[in-house]
Design a protein around this ligand. Sequence first.
Ligand SMILES: Nc1ncnc2c1ncn2[C@@H]1O[C@H](COP(=O)(O)OP(=O)(O)OP(=O)(O)O)[C@@H](O)[C@H]1O
Ligand SMILES: [Mg+2]
Length: 244
Amino acid sequence: MPEQLLEVANVTAGYAQDIDVLRDVSLAVYGGHVSGLIGLNGAGKSTLVKTICGLLAPKSGDVRFLGESIAGIAPHRLIDHGICCIPQESSLFPYLSVEENLLLPLQGRAHTFGASIDARYAEVLEIFPALREKRRSAAGDLSGGQQKQLEFAKAWLQKPKLCLVDEPSIGLSPLLAEEVFAWIERFAKSGMGILLVDHNVRRVVRMSDRIYVLSLGRITASGTKADFEGDLHEQVRGWLGIDF
Ligand SMILES: Nc1ncnc2c1ncn2[C@@H]1O[C@H](COP(=O)(O)OP(=O)(O)OP(=O)(O)O)[C@@H](O)[C@H]1O
Ligand SMILES: [Mg+2]
């Protein structure tokens, strides 16, 4: 039985005091598994990711990592718990070099990453060869696809237990998008738990161990890949207005 890493328990959250964007949301992510989150634009998917990452504090409910509450955790502390977030917007510093972007999160964390950093850095440049050539270039000068590589390389370097990935394929060509999904599969194969949000519903369903549908801030369906390819297929097609 895989280890439960993340538990979102009955979370209600929002940006304004009297407007709840998320209502009573519960979901789980397990080690080595992909949990997929799908829903229409504005459903609250990124808001959920932001709530897990400490950018928003839940109004009620709890976010637990390995059984301990991390609700309202300072986002820069996530790395110390083994949690990494690849947000929908860029997390890169455009004026810093590729190398600086990769190594910055590890600075001052020698006690956690210590001697393994050099070997891991070499490995990252092997997995993402385009970054080797560009390692002295400013991150902001990279193409969209290369910037996405840099985001994933930065995450891999941190070897998190849990990685939250919000809309990784947005704006990428189908070929590059496939590369991104392959990296996610590689991450999960290594034992990492993944929460994946993407508008490519078919792809999310295909690669997720468990899928959650978020509609107007509520989880309206959840199940396994088999459920979504079987009984839930028609229902979800109706809700999302798309075929998958
Ligand atoms: N910073 C903010 N302040 C106030 N409201 C916000 C903020 N960010 C998002 N919202 C609102 O919260 C709701 C959910 O937005 P969210 O970005 O979480 O949706 P989403 O499911 O990620 O959509 P998309 O598929 O377009 O990325 C929307 O109504 C949005 O307008
Ligand atoms: Mg979003």
